[in-house]
Design a protein around this ligand. Structure first.
Ligand code: ZN
Length: 422
């Protein structure tokens, strides 16, 4: 935090009496710009205020404050398409009994900071347990009250009764009146979608199949019908918003894609037909692969759920390789809190072990992730006009992808949050 305050002060002083946006040049040994093409070496990225002004390797312009990162590699701020930042560390099915919305918001602020420091400057947050705490977190970050990634948030899960988001696993007789996330049938789904968007959600998260970290229906079981998912898609589209669907089982994946969801999250049990549907319907595959490893060592996950995770691990890995082979776009996601907040980048090495190239893995967390969010106009690549969201690692992530687990320097919107300020 000391660095953050120092830089904020430096930028203010630089602006002097008239608050002209500060001119800054960031210099590094190489730049991976997120577009998947050639590496620029050396690189100079010129920023004015919160935006990138130019990218090249000419000398910094006169009057620019120079941030020299030496031998480091510069990249776009990373994007995680599937986080749960407001998790309190308690198993989510217990959160409604043992925690409060205030706790979720405070933990959310902490988790947002940890995630930003890990180099993730943008997240699509896939739903809190306590409704709308994610919306409050997004607002607080946008207002500069707490540091964190740029957020796109779901507001509240949309789950069928007994489904992956039905937190009343302890007893159906105990209701938690402020949680209105259960919806069955077209009319109820329309209502919860409208309610979420009215409250300020940016997109809709539906739970189309069972889940791993749940005592409800098993992951392979389809829960929402194609018709129900289509109603969510139709209603969200009226607001210009997309639907992200939690889908593990094959039948549920196919129904979701046919229904028009934008992202198949997890996508654990793909088959050839499902891959072809992704292609023909222009849906995006957003797997969360490192969860298999993190769940197996997490003391807070009950054995029954560790077993669920073990059962689908190989299917998940195989599904990823099928979509990779089909040469379809793949988004980057982690399911943090299932993976501890701040360890998001471990997903990269897992994917590279399964055969993805380091450059493609990086593009999935930058350019492709921004496309999936419809945020290509502002984040995802290092190009003139976009937000000055940049991260640096000391080595070359194309040689060793685990470099991304050791982000040394983070800038969001032209403000340095982590690292040396020279
Ligand atoms: Zn999730």
């Amino acid at each position: 935090m000391k660095h953050l305050l120092a830089v904020a002060a430096a930028l203010t002083i630089f602006g002097g009496q008239s608050p002209a946006p500060a001119l800054v040049a960031v210099r590094a040994a190489r730049l991976i710009d997120g577009r998947g093409g050639a590496v620029l070496a050396p690189a100079v990225v010129v920023l004015r205020g919160d935006r990138i002004e130019s990218v090249g390797n000419a000398a910094p312009p006169a009057g620019a404050r120079v941030i020299d990162l030496g031998g480091a590699t510069l990249l776009p701020g990373l994007i995680d398409l599937h986080t749960h930042l407001t998790s309190t560390g308690v198993h989510w099915e217990d959160e409604l009994l043992k925690t409060t919305p205030g706790q979720a918001a405070l933990h959310g602020a902490h988790n947002a900071l940890v995630t930003l420091m890990a180099g993730f400057t943008t997240c699509r947050d896939m739903g809190p347990t306590w409704p709308y705490t994610d919306i409050d977190l997004r607002k607080a970050i946008d207002e500069g009250v707490v540091p964190g990634p740029r957020l796109m948030v779901a507001g509240n899960y949309v789950s069928p009764t007994g489904g992956a988001g039905d937190a009343r696993q302890f007893s159906i007789f105990v209701d938690v009146p402020i949680v209105r996330n259960l919806a069955d049938g077209p009319d109820e789904i329309r209502k919860v979608v409208r309610t979420n968007l009215k409250q300020g959600a940016d997109f809709i998260k539906i739970l189309g199949t069972g889940a791993v970290t749940s005592k409800g229906a098993p992951p392979g079981a389809q829960q929402y019908t194609e018709e129900e998912m289509h109603v969510a898609v139709e209603e969200a589209a009226r607001w210009g918003r997309h639907v992200a669907a939690h889908l593990h089982g094959t039948a549920g994946i196919k129904a979701g894609i046919r229904a028009g969801v934008r992202t198949v999250d997890h996508g654990s049990m793909m088959d050839d037909e499902a891959v072809e549907l992704l292609r023909t319907h222009h849906a995006y595959f957003v797997p969360t692969l490192y969860t298999s490893e993190s769940i197996s060592v997490n003391p807070n996950v009950p054995d029954s759920e560790k077993e669920r995770s073990r059962q689908i691990k190989e299917l998940k890995d195989k599904s990823f390789q099928m979509v990779l082979k089909a040469n379809l776009p793949i988004g980057f996601a982690t399911d943090a809190a299932v993976v501890p907040h701040g360890l998001n980048a471990r997903e990269f090495a897992y994917r590279v072990r399964l055969g993805q190239t380091p450059m493609a893995a990086i593009a999935s967390a930058t350019k492709t992730a921004a496309e999936i969010m419809s945020w290509s106009d502002r984040v995802g690549t290092v190009e003139a006009g976009k937000f000055a969201d940049l991260v640096a690692v000391s080595g070359d992530p194309l040689r060793d992808i685990s470099e991304l687990e050791r982000v040394t320097w983070v800038m969001k919107g032209g403000v340095v949050y982590k690292g040396d300020v020279r």
